[in-house]
Design a protein around this ligand. Structure first.
Ligand SMILES: Cc1ncc(COP(=O)(O)O)c(C=O)c1O
Length: 395
């Protein structure tokens, strides 16, 4: 086993050396060691990829589709994405110039930051948020400015955005929105977005919008997008990981104005050349023939949400109503105090249920825990039983 030369030690890219390890991964690994634990920590659908999507990939491999794909993506998939965006949001993106296929939304986020941000640029990040954003922004040499949304039911308001732009966010170049949100499950209304769009325009910002959970919205709530309002300054990101249970396939995409996408496609090609052919074939099948898969996922998660939300509220947790994605961000009952890490560790050890400490998601998360209900109904019911016993026994 080689060891790094002593005189090379400490010489790697300082931005990388300074990146903190993911607290989420560490917590997840630690709690995995507890015998009998039920883990509601990870945002990973428990279902498998629908059969027709798998078949499309197998057929593609058997056709010997094994050569470099075009940099921006295979034309059939670009057309399928364009049609999907048109059908679902009524927006118009040219498949030949305004869409780029990526290795998941994660790579799309990296491409967005590398394309838009210079070292030292500020980007506003409403929190609590999926913590990976911070590492990606810092790898690009930019500065994430956290905007704590906890006082506004975990939604960024136009008034708050204005205030931040006049203070710690002064001179920011972009704002990133996650809608629906991981970790809070909150969803922006049309009015919210209209007001935000005005401030974004007045301050000449780019908007990066991560809509990977857009097909997972429950009840009467409807999904709207900044692309419908300010497409001229919006970089749209999404992917199929969550809606089609395709996390391991690594497939996502970006859409934006042609002038911007030229650079996006350039960065994407330097990073990955192009996305795996058979994965693109599977994604094309999902988008062209997968409309029936969404209601199945929505019905499953929607019913689980009801069970969990009711159970948690009954035993003293409170929360801003979760409306999308598959997360509940719940305030720990007051008698346990504000130390969410201590609470989550104790709960994992004593009740054998792992929930993620809220403070791992940035400012505004302290005193909360995130629960992922992308787990089986049995595990969820058993978890609620265990949490209730734990809360009751700590009277
Ligand atoms: C808000 C958000 N964006 C992006 C991703 C990553 O998506 P992908 O699997 O497409 O890289 C996740 C995964 O948890 C997420 O929660």
């Amino acid at each position: 086993m080689p060891h790094l030369a002593k005189n090379l030690s400490g010489t790697i890219n300082h931005k990388i050396a300074q990146l903190a390890d993911s607290q989420i991964t560490t917590f997840n690994n630690e709690t995995s060691k507890i015998p009998g634990i039920i883990k509601l920590t990870i945002g990973e659908p428990d279902a498998n990829t629908p059969e027709h999507i798998k078949r499309a990939a197998i057929a593609d491999i058997e056709k010997d589709d094994s050569h470099y794909a075009p940099e921006a993506g295979q034309p059939q998939l670009l057309t399928a994405i364009s049609d999907y965006l048109n059908d679902s949001l009524g927006v118009d993106y040219d498949p030949a110039a305004e869409i780029c296929v990526t290795v998941g939304a994660t790579e799309a986020l990296n491409v967005a930051c590398m394309t838009l941000l210079n070292p030292g640029d500020k980007i506003l990040v409403p929190t609590p948020v999926w913590g990976v954003y911070f590492g990606i922004i810092k790898m690009a040499g930019a500065i994430p400015v956290e905007v704590d949304t906890s006082q506004d039911d975990f939604l960024l308001t136009a008034a708050h955005l204005k205030k931040v732009l006049a203070n710690e966010g002064k001179g920011a170049k972009a704002v990133i929105l996650t809608d629906p949100s991981n970790p809070t499950g909150r969803v922006y209304s049309k009015q919210n977005l209209l007001e935000l769009a005005q401030v974004i325009t007045d301050n000449n910002l780019f908007a990066v919008t991560d809509e990977i959970y857009s097909e997972l919205i429950y009840g009467d709530k409807k999904h709207y997008s900044l692309t419908q309002i300010i497409p001229e300054r919006t970089l749209f990101l999404s992917g199929l990981s969550k809606s089609f249970a395709m996390t391991g396939w690594r497939i996502g995409y970006m859409a934006g104005p042609k002038e911007l996408m030229k650079s996006v496609i350039k960065v994407n090609s330097f990073l990955i050349t192009s996305v795996t052919d058979n994965v693109q074939a599977a994604a094309t099948e999902a988008l062209v023939h997968g409309a029936a898969d969404y209601p199945v996922a929505r019905a499953t998660y929607g019913s689980r949400l009801k069970i969990i939300e009711t159970g948690l509220r009954k035993c003293g947790f409170s929360m801003a109503t979760p409306e999308g994605a598959f997360y509940i961000f719940a305030k720990i009952p007051a008698k346990f105090g504000q130390d969410d890490v201590k609470f989550a560790i104790d709960l994992a050890n004593k009740a054998k249920v792992a929930l993620m400490p809220g403070s791992y998601f940035g400012k505004g998360g302290q005193g909360y825990v995130r629960l992922s209900y992308a787990a089986s109904a049995e595990d969820l019911q058993e978890s609620i039983r265990r949490i209730t016993d734990y809360v009751d026994s700590n009277l």
